[in-house]
Design a binder for this molecule. Structure first.
Ligand code: SF4
Ligand code: SF4
Ligand code: SF4
Length: 224
């Protein structure tokens, strides 16, 4: 069985629906949906990227094919990853504060709006090719849209909570995360990279990850 968990089957259906919206005129397009989903980002985090965005979906499907073909995946050590992760925020800052011309790189925009020219086709083909070896390369390192929504999501009071008492620290959650969030290192996921794909919840053998409302620790009476 390809997808063991119902939530992943449901997510796949939603992703396929919006992917089809790129070519079937009577199906809804992803961009207006994004405007609605933006309102829930400060409450429950980013859902557009993990469920709707066709370019994110394309990168995910490419990674799935690569794994089925047993292509070698590039594992970037965390000591480099933590610096690389900053790159999409640097792009965002350069675009907004210095006015860097980013259009030539905006594979998401070309793909999601079906703007197929030689240049745009080459750019998103390059990212999809890169996606054969690394998870969601555009989302992780280049997308200003993902970066902005990610920043907005860090205040969310509802997110994935890890039960440290039940956790066996197997780190399967870290390994499956396509956005390089270190789930095992946190009690409550509010990392800006999280796209709510729920893969970490599904893979956890101890079922110690779940969507919860953040609980603020009460100050103990004998604390000074
Ligand atoms: S990070 Fe950008 S390309 Fe990736 S899923 Fe989100 S909006 Fe789409
Ligand atoms: S997959 Fe579950 S048990 Fe394993 S480290 Fe992550 S939270 Fe802990
Ligand atoms: S932390 Fe979990 S839900 Fe968030 S992106 Fe990673 S695997 Fe998906």
């Amino acid at each position: 069985m390809i997808f063991k968990k119902r939530i992943q089957v449901f997510r796949l259906i939603v992703q396929a629906f919006f992917m089809a919206g790129l070519v079937v005129p009577w199906l809804p397009h992803s961009e207006p949906v994004d405007k609605w989903l933006l309102w829930v980002v400060p409450v429950v985090g980013v859902f557009f990227c993990g469920w709707v965005c066709p370019f994110g979906t394309a990168q995910e499907w490419i990674a799935w094919i690569a794994r089925k073909l047993h292509l070698p995946r590039l594992q970037i050590p965390w000591k480099f990853q933590k610096y690389l992760q900053v790159s999409r925020y640097i792009w965002t800052a350069l675009i907004f504060f210095i006015g860097v011309h980013y259009a030539f790189l905006n594979a998401r925009f070309y793909f999601n709006n079906s703007l197929l020219t030689w240049t745009s086709g080459l750019i998103f083909a390059a990212f999809l090719l890169f996606g054969l070896f690394i998870d969601r390369p555009f989302c992780n390192y280049f997308c200003p849209k993902g970066a902005m929504e990610g920043i907005l999501s860090i205040v969310r009071p509802i997110s994935i909570k890890r039960d440290n008492n039940a956790c066996i620290h197997c780190r399967l959650c870290d390994k499956i995360c396509p956005m390089n969030v270190r789930v095992e290192h946190t009690d409550f996921v509010r990392h800006p990279n999280c796209i709510n794909c729920m893969k970490c919840i599904d893979i956890c053998p101890e079922k110690c990850l779940a969507f919860r409302l953040m609980q603020f620790k009460k100050k103990r009476e004998n604390d000074e």
